[in-house]
Design a protein around this ligand. Sequence first.
Ligand code: DOR
Ligand code: ZN
Length: 345
Amino acid sequence: MKTLTITRPDDWHVHIRNGEMLRTVLPYTAKQFARAIIMPNLKPPVTTVEQALLYRDEILKTVPVDLEFTPLMTLYLTAATTENEIKKAAESEHIHAFKLYPAGATTHSDSGVADIKAAYPQFAAMEKHQIPLLIHGEVTDEHCDIFDRERVFIERYLLDIVKHFPELRIVLEHVTTSDAVQFVESASTNVAATLTPQHLLYNRNALFVGGIRPHNYCLPVLKREHHRLALVKAATSGNSKFFLGTDSAPHLTTLKESACGCAGCFTAPIAMELYAEAFESANALDKLEGFASFYGADFYRLPRNTDTLILAKTTWEVPASYGKDNLSITPLKANESLSWQICNQ
Ligand code: DOR
Ligand code: ZN
């Protein structure tokens, strides 16, 4: 059987929630990845070092005994975040970044930042204390077409942020457009981006194949094919500014299959399989290891992993759902076949 062995990867952007949902989804991430940047958009959001450390303890208690997994915590930036909290976060070995959600941009973002310019003193503090800023890069202006929100965010805010804070390390999360790729490529080495499997594999047609497809809906929403091609090119280019971040975002099946369905694709159980497919289609399997296992660690100034993950070329079917009956989560590609499968552990 054809196999691919790579250094064990990390997920530089994931939602694992808390409580029962955490217990359901975390084992899938821990099986695939050695470490993960944990998004702080809980209800209420994780805004202080103290809350993040409690959340970290909850996660560590949930890691299956036979797996090794390190959660890398982040704090949710609000208008009330103080320089003292930023300094404390930067000094904590367990906190690795702040996350900026423009208020109203996505799931649980209502406590996010309404006035981005007003956050400049906080960006200055992050730059000074050397803690990265992770950005959900979409404007929330309801008059802006939903497919243009990332490009407009770059034009309206990001260009100015990188100009004012040249030493601030920034990750533009889940990039979805050729505009974002170009922005990241032409910015300094302090600016990087994560790429999700769904944005590498699908364009916006996937939202409407034979009817509305709620499980392919996430934010930023899927874009046109030429954007997808630009993302695949960036991911497979070997450019270390682009690295893996699944943005796996579990929601109950009932809440996705609803009149007002939640945004988020659940990919944790099949993440590396999906990336392997995307890289294979681009004839670039040799570039997967850098993207999945090296560049993110280098950007976050963490050591690279030393153990390995093996993927085997084999056809198998993605389950219709994960979790128990009362907590059923439909994954991306439910009931569809995949051509790779992770096979160690
Ligand atoms: O689709 C998304 N779901 N995008 C986000 O930015 C948040 C995420 C979630 O938390 O469900
Ligand atoms: Zn996310």
